[in-house]
Design a protein around this ligand. Sequence first.
Ligand SMILES: C[S@@+](CC[C@H](N)C(=O)[O-])C[C@H]1O[C@@H](n2cnc3c(N)ncnc32)[C@H](O)[C@@H]1O
Length: 254
Amino acid sequence: MARIELARGARRNERESNPDERAETLRGASSGALAHRGPIALLEVGASAGLCLYPDRYSYSYDSTRIDPTSGPSTVLLECETTGGPPLPTALPRIVWRAGLDLNPLDVSDAADALWLETLIWPEQTERLARIRAAMDIVRSEHPRIVQGDALVGLPALVAEVPTGVTLVIVTSAAIVYLPPDVRATFIDLVGSLDARWISNEGRGIVPAAAAAVGEAEPPEAGQFLLALDGHPLAWAGPHGQRLDWLPQIAPQT
Ligand SMILES: C[S@@+](CC[C@H](N)C(=O)[O-])C[C@H]1O[C@@H](n2cnc3c(N)ncnc32)[C@H](O)[C@@H]1O
């Protein structure tokens, strides 16, 4: 039975069988928690199962700094080591609207999809398995809205739904790498034309402005993502959100 479910999951996710999928809570959480004050509308492009849509429902430990949701400690604790003194938030963002957009969304309420996400974790990584199960429990209870659609084609309609008087925060995490370069460039232009902030957590060459700003600099560890706000690089980020190496030469964007 499990094998049948797994095969179903694998088939549904042919395009995204990237092991980085398993890291989405950590990545989204670290960037989401660092970003903004005030009420925000959170829109993730390439949201997959929506685990990054709930940064306000997780607890965080940045070195010795602990941040919990207003309702108290979460069943999900995301731990991150930092260097370079990132301006850590004292509270989690107040999210008043949220939605995801994905070409091939997953549904944590679907047993095969949930199993697929678990399967992307190596067997010996029992802590991560427990964490993603706890995160899926949270997301399942929230019934996330994840619209099926292409990043470029689907974004304007979703943005049009955002309530007025809030800051729209668009997040892309290991997502726009899948767009062909010309489409990616058009997507970046589109995001830049919106009244929105854009948090990107992508490979170093994927957001050209951020890549140009870091130049030849190398991340402390191979394979780190470049975390950027509106195309301005902020930090090197561990691919599983496990570390954040703040870039001292770049003024934090607020
Ligand atoms: C590697 S996963 C990243 C998921 C999550 N954001 C994370 O950080 O782990 C890439 C996601 O991008 C989605 N995707 C790929 N091409 C897309 C497109 N053209 N439009 C919308 N989503 C796309 C995939 O379906 C997949 O869910």
